[in-house]
Design a protein around this ligand. Sequence first.
Ligand SMILES: [Zn+2]
Length: 171
Amino acid sequence: MLKPVLLTLCLALLNKMNSKQTISAVRKLQFCAGHRLFKHESKCRHLHGHNYQIFLHAQSTSNISESNSYNLDQIGRVIDFSILKERFLPWIEENWDHGFIVWQGDLEAIDALRAIPEQKLFLLDSNPTAENLALYLLNQVAPKLLADTDVSIYKIVLWETENCFVEVTTA
Ligand SMILES: [Zn+2]
């Protein structure tokens, strides 16, 4: 019978041999936006803003060949980083950057912001926490923007401040 330490080592080695390596392409984007958190217990109930940082984690969805277990393209990429920027940055700039993001039920904030001529305003179907912004990008935005590509965004990391970030991942 194998000694416990040797058995543990053998199992670790077996796991390593069986584990499939994966590669992600990660593109960082930044934007500035205002928001407030409806019914927040403290200062986040006030209209205020952040310099947000988004990290889009992309993985290949294709099976290019059996010999290419990472599913990289012919050049050796998950996707060209510039494509992620070209797809996402215009959407971010048009919808969120230098605007206010508020919950569609936050009528006070909506009325106040609509009183300002041409104020940029994005109505979210949930309170605009970092979590909900990341979920919106993952579930609503990314599938549409990458529909004609061989990659999908499986994880969004969104930094709201230099100390606080959230991470959402597909199941
Ligand atoms: Zn905030």
